[in-house]
Design a protein around this ligand. Structure first.
Ligand SMILES: [Fe+2]
Ligand SMILES: [Fe+2]
Length: 214
């Protein structure tokens, strides 16, 4: 099997660093990662040969996330759940400030603070369900009913994927306008980080943690 015919999701799992390449080309490796690389590249108008080249040249630099269920859940909680809870409120504060100070500028991201607030509210409920129901079930070795909460979480991940599309739209793909002030730049950087972390987070759950209980 060549890279071109390998599923994007599998490349993201097996090749450390591939997720960064996919993000750069706006190829969704999480919820829509079940398509061959060639198809995903064509959809995004990315040149396949160059993309394959980038993926082949990747060195295994970052340590892969643990695959043991307990260690992986600990990693998800610490590296993602807690980090989102710390970073969203700050991004919302920055957005409120930028929208107030720059409300008359044509590039002002009107509605960004409200969108971030909405995403954070949804995410908080989602994470609580994982923390209080699904993860404890997994730590006990699973349950005959576990398919239901897993399916529910995966459906919610798809909604997060849509919310992230909207986040990218509101921030012109996280690129501040020329001459933007520091707060505006920091805001878009914070949004970019939120986008990256959420995609990695959902990828670990969808493609590495949940399949162990399928
Ligand atoms: Fe999670
Ligand atoms: Fe999740």
């Amino acid at each position: 099997m060549t890279l071109a015919t390998t599923l994007v999701r599998d490349i993201a799992i097996e090749r450390p660093g591939a997720t960064a390449v996919f993000r750069r080309h706006k190829i969704d490796f999480c919820c829509n990662g079940g398509v061959p690389l060639a198809e995903a590249a064509a959809r995004r108008g990315v040149e396949l040969d160059a993309l394959e080249d980038e993926l082949v040249r990747l060195q295994p630099v970052q340590a892969a996330a643990p695959t043991d269920v307990h260690a992986l859940i600990d990693h998800v909680l610490e590296r993602y759940h807690e980090v989102h809870r710390a970073e969203f409120p700050e991004a919302i504060r920055l957005a409120r400030r930028v929208e107030a100070v720059h409300r008359d500028k044509p590039d002002c991201p009107h509605g960004l603070a409200d969108h971030l607030t909405f995403v954070f509210g949804d995410l908080d409920g989602h994470q609580r369900k994982e923390e209080q129901v699904l993860f404890p079930m997994m730590r006990q070795g699973g349950s005959p009913m576990i398919g239901f909460p897993i399916a529910r979480m995966m459906a919610e991940h798809e909604e997060v994927g849509e919310q992230l599309e909207r986040l990218a739209e509101l921030t012109t793909d996280f690129v501040p306008p020329p001459g933007a002030c520091t707060t505006w730049r920091a805001l878009y950087q914070a949004c970019r980080k939120i986008d990256e972390d959420l995609r990695e987070h959902m990828h670990l759950e969808n493609n590495i943690l949940f399949p162990q209980f399928a």
